[in-house]
Design a protein around this ligand. Structure first.
Ligand code: SF4
Length: 374
């Protein structure tokens, strides 16, 4: 079987975009009637021709999500461990050239942050670091997982892409899922937004989900940073990536995230704006393409938007997030990676879900081995 990199090389960005924009109303209606939809149907559902049919897409997406996931939303919380980074990314407050105080949490500080998150009821934590191999490389991440694993039943990471053997080590120590967003599938645009550092290697990042699949990870999170390039083309390639991985690593679960560019220190304007209606359309299109894929929405999005989208396909959400290391307790004022939009407390978000008849789920996974032997 080919690699995804080989498949992507064979695709032309402009032709893909043209093909999406050439979809007609009859293509959309055909996609809506089908039970098993393919990537051509997905193109139709994210095309401008589908906009007048958004209400029907939303209803179908809601039904499919309820059938597969019930009236539940998985709750998770990000824990930023470090803002040290050796990369330049044009859209990020932690970018190497930004003159900000750099900070990496110590064991004692991690435990303080964790005590706070546990008091809020969280059982799923997403550990986030910048990419600085000397300070937050595999030994640091492995140590953090070992420190945290007795407190959380699910540990995910969003850190620098690693080698297969490194993932295997982390999995052995309690890692459950890895989020590795491609940012954009447009290679030239990727180069422009990642001019320096390890992250400028487009192919190494693109190959990461395959290394994760080989390592036997439980779940892989995919996505593009919406706004760097045309969101329709980037979303199509995300969907293509998902379908490729599902075929090759069928034991692994998958999730999709929908980060839109947010303001940050030294901000970047989106190349192609994506409004709220576009994002609803995209989320519904993913659900119509795939009944099983998990979909999450972060606090980048507004209260109003999150309150409405929770019934239309989303299966996981964060609340009360801080995007600065130590932001919960240890050092509340350090600089954020990007601005949060929904600043409500965990309790307020849980209450919003319950009012809509949705159960917030804090724990859906239990590691059934004893870490004391490791
Ligand atoms: S996006 Fe990640 S790799 Fe890029 S500058 Fe920010 S923290 Fe570093």
């Amino acid at each position: 079987m080919k690699t995804f990199k080989e498949m992507l090389v064979a695709c032309d960005w402009e032709e893909t975009l043209e093909s999406i924009f050439s979809k007609t109303e009859s293509d959309v209606l055909l996609a809506l009637r089908k039970n098993n939809r393919d990537l051509e149907d997905f193109k139709a559902l994210i095309s401008p021709a589908a906009t007048p049919h958004l209400e029907q897409m939303a209803q179908l997406s809601q039904q499919l999500t309820k059938k597969r996931f019930g009236n539940t939303i998985q709750m998770y919380v990000p824990l930023y461990l470090s803002n040290e980074c050796h990369n330049i990314c044009t859209y990020c407050g932690f970018s190497m050239t930004n003159k900000i105080p750099r900070r990496t949490l110590s064991d004692a500080e991690i435990l303080k942050e964790i005590a706070y998150l546990k008091s809020k009821g969280y059982n799923h934590v997403l550990l986030v670091t910048g990419e600085a191999n000397n300070s937050v490389g595999v030994p640091y991440i492995n140590n953090a997982i070992r420190l945290i694993r007795v407190h959380f039943s699910t540990i995910s990471i969003e850190v620098q892409p690693l080698l297969k053997e490194e993932y295997e080590l982390l999995i052995e120590n309690g890692l459950h899922a890895v989020m590795v967003y491609q940012e954009t599938y447009h290679k030239a645009a990727y180069k422009k937004h990642h001019p320096k550092g390890k992250k400028s290697n487009f192919d190494f990042r693109l190959d990461t989900p395959e290394r994760l699949g080989e390592a036997g990870i439980h779940k892989i999170g995919l996505g593009a940073l919406l706004g760097l390039e045309d969101w329709r083309a980037d979303s199509f390639f995300t969907a293509m990536h998902l379908k490729f991985l599902q075929k090759k690593y069928w034991k692994t679960k998958y999730s999709i995230s929908f980060p839109r560019l947010r303001p940050h220190s030294g901000g970047l304007e989106p190349k192609v704006a994506m409004n709220d209606t576009d994002l609803v359309q995209l989320i519904c299109a993913f659900r119509l393409l795939d009944e099983d894929v998990e979909m999450s929405i972060s606090t980048r999005e507004s209260e109003v938007f999150r309150d409405h989208i929770v019934k239309l396909g989303i299966t996981a959400m964060s609340a009360e997030s801080k995007t600065n290391p130590g932001g919960y307790v240890v050092e509340k004022q350090s600089l954020e990676q990007f601005e949060i939009s929904d600043e409500r407390s965990t309790e307020a978000v849980a209450e919003m879900l319950q009012k809509q008849g949705i159960e917030p789920v804090w724990k859906d996974w239990e590691n059934n081995w004893s870490y004391s032997k490791i």
